[in-house]
Ligand binder design. Structure first.
Ligand SMILES: N[C@@H](CCC(=O)N[C@@H](CS)C(=O)NCC(=O)O)C(=O)O
Ligand SMILES: *[C@@H]1O[C@H](CO)[C@@H](O)[C@H](O)[C@H]1NC(C)=O
Length: 232
């Protein structure tokens, strides 16, 4: 990468989507400027660089914005190619399978987790919990059957699916606190629980996830719920 490259990340500390981008840049050793955004009062830079969705994360590379976290990961992988830190496999079929599983995480895990956090009634929350556990067990099966048993979805080092999934670990304590359950006891996923331990210890993951300490997320969500209850 030319040293004149300018890289900026627009993020909000609590976002699992934004943390993906931070892990990816750290994994590639790319220097970047981190610009924390206030989503209650969006900056001109955010509105200009993501006028369609007006959401974080946004990666701005030499003035050109890239939006949507999984698209940003793919962009980072292609813009900073590296033989020993490639996120996607070379084989077209293997790439498609990898993208399928990252997409599965986006379609299923965020939604189930949100229902645990947000649903006002116990029945919906329990359904969210059930769905969340099913997602974990499905990912555990994929890690064994599709991705060769680990330790990572990327094999011996982290890859696209690992980076897509790891930031959710920060939120597990929130799901546990509000859903009143223990994730790793409720879900039968021996491979995935080993994965979770291993992935936390990868230096670029550990550094990135320290932006969103789980206890801070729990405090944040509980304060938000109190505010909502007071307002209703
Ligand atoms: N699909 C998007 C999701 C990003 C997203 O949901 N961002 C949220 C924060 S976690 C956001 O910026 N929300 C602001 C808003 O909706 O006004 C991605 O993968 O980047
Ligand atoms: C919103 O952000 C702008 C800067 O981007 C700042 O000048 C202004 O005071 C903020 N407004 C509120 C209500 O926080």
């Amino acid at each position: 990468m030319p040293s004149s490259d300018q890289v900026q990340v627009l993020n909000t500390w609590l976002s699992m989507f934004g943390l993906r981008v931070v892990i990816a840049l750290k994994a590639k050793g790319v220097h970047y400027e981190y610009l924390e955004q206030d989503l209650q009062n969006k900056s001109q830079l955010l509105l200009e660089s993501n006028p369609i969705h007006k959401k974080i994360p946004v990666l701005i590379h030499n003035g050109k914005p890239v939006c949507e976290s999984l698209i940003i990961l793919k962009y980072i992988d292609e813009a900073w190619p590296s033989a020993d830190a490639s996120f996607l496999p070379k084989d077209p079929y293997d790439r498609a399978v990898t993208l399928f599983w990252a997409d599965y995480i986006d379609k299923k895990m965020y939604d189930a987790g949100s229902r645990i956090i947000r649903s006002p009634d116990a029945e919906q929350r329990d359904q969210g919990k059930k769905d969340f556990i099913e997602v974990l067990e499905t990912l555990d099966g994929a890690l064994g059957d599709v991705f060769g048993g680990g330790p990572f979805f990327g094999g011996q080092s982290i890859g696209f699916v690992d980076i897509a999934l790891a930031p959710f670990l920060c939120w597990f304590e929130v799901y546990e606190a509000l859903g009143e359950f223990k994730v790793w006891e409720a879900a039968k996923c021996p491979l995935l629980s080993k994965w979770a331990e291993a992935v936390w210890e990868v230096p670029c993951v550990k550094e990135a996830l320290s932006i969103a300490p789980p206890h801070k997320l729990v405090e944040f969500v509980q304060a938000m719920r109190k505010k909502m209850q007071a307002g209703s």
